[in-house]
Design a protein around this ligand. Sequence first.
Ligand code: R1P
Length: 309
Amino acid sequence: MADAKCATGKCEDKTITYEAVKAIADNILSRIKVKPVIGIICGSGLGSLTEAITNAQNIDYKDIPGFPVSTVPGHAGRLVIGMLEGLPVLAMQGRFHYYEGYPLVKCSLPVRVMKVMGIEYLMVTNAAGGINPTYKVGDIMLIRDHINFVGFSGNSPLRGPNDDRLGPRFPPMTDAYNPALITRALSVAKEMGIPDVVKVGTYCFLGGPNYETIAECKMLHTCGVDAVGMSTAHEVVVAQHCGLKVFAFSLITNKSSLDYEKKEYANHAEVVAVGKSRESTCRELMCRMIKSIAAERGSSGSADCGCTT
Ligand SMILES: O=P(O)(O)O[C@H]1O[C@H](CO)[C@@H](O)[C@H]1O
C-alpha cells in the first residue's frame, strides 16, 4: 500500500492516501453481496452485536490487503457484512487501539474505508470506566461529546497532508455525535423500558493501555468527563472529517476510583465479562436505532427488532 510521506519526511505517522483507502474499499466491495449503508464498530466484549445480522458474510482482517489486524482479547478481528433491520450493514468485530502500536491514522483507517465504500452512518460502541459517580456498572452512556486527551498533544489521525477527497483540513467537531440520533436513542431507551440505565455524557480518550490512577480519575471528573476509555475519539474525528453521521455509546464496565478509601482495580477480563452480560441490551438498542434509521429512509425494517430482549 502506498503511503505518502509527511511534509518533513520525519513524522513517525504516515498519511494513508485516498488511493490506498479506495483500494481497500474496492477489495471489500468486490467480495460482498450488499452495499452497506451503516458501519458498526464493536467495543470490547461487544462483538456479539453482530449476531442479529442476517445473510452474514465474514471477512477476516488478515485477508484484506492493507488492513490492520486485531491484537486485543475480546476483538475477534473480522468484518461481518449483511442485513440488519432492513438495512445493509458492515460491522467490525474488533477495532484498533493506539496502544497496540498502530499510529492513529491506521487505527481509524477502517472509518475512511467505510466512507469510500458509500457508508453514511457510523455506530460506535465501547467499554468504558465510569468516572461519573452516579454511573453503575452495566449502564449505557450515549456519547454526546468527547475529550480527546491524546489529540491535545497534536497526535491526530488527521495529522499530515490533507486530501480534500477525504475531508477538509480544519473540520469542526461541534455535533460530532449526531444530536438527533441521541434524542432518538433516548426515546428508544424509553420504549425498551430502560430509561434509568441510559445516560448521556462525555467520553474521554486516553492512550492506555494502563488503566487510570486515582489522581487521574479525580482530574477527569473535575474536567467534566463521565466515562473513560482508550478508543473511539480518533474514529469519530475521522468520521466527522469525512462526513459520516455518528451515533456512539459506552457500556460502563467498571467504576473508576475517585477515592483512596474506595479503591477499584480494573481488569480487562472483567471488562469483557460485563460486555457479554449486557450484550442483549446493547444489541437491542443498536437494532432499534438501525430500525428507526431504516424507517426514516423508507427501507422496510423487519416487523420485530429481531433482538433478544
Ligand atoms: O474501547 P474498547 O475497544 O471497547 O476497549 C476498552 O477496553 C479495553 C480495556 O479493558 C481498552 O481497549 C478500552 O478502550
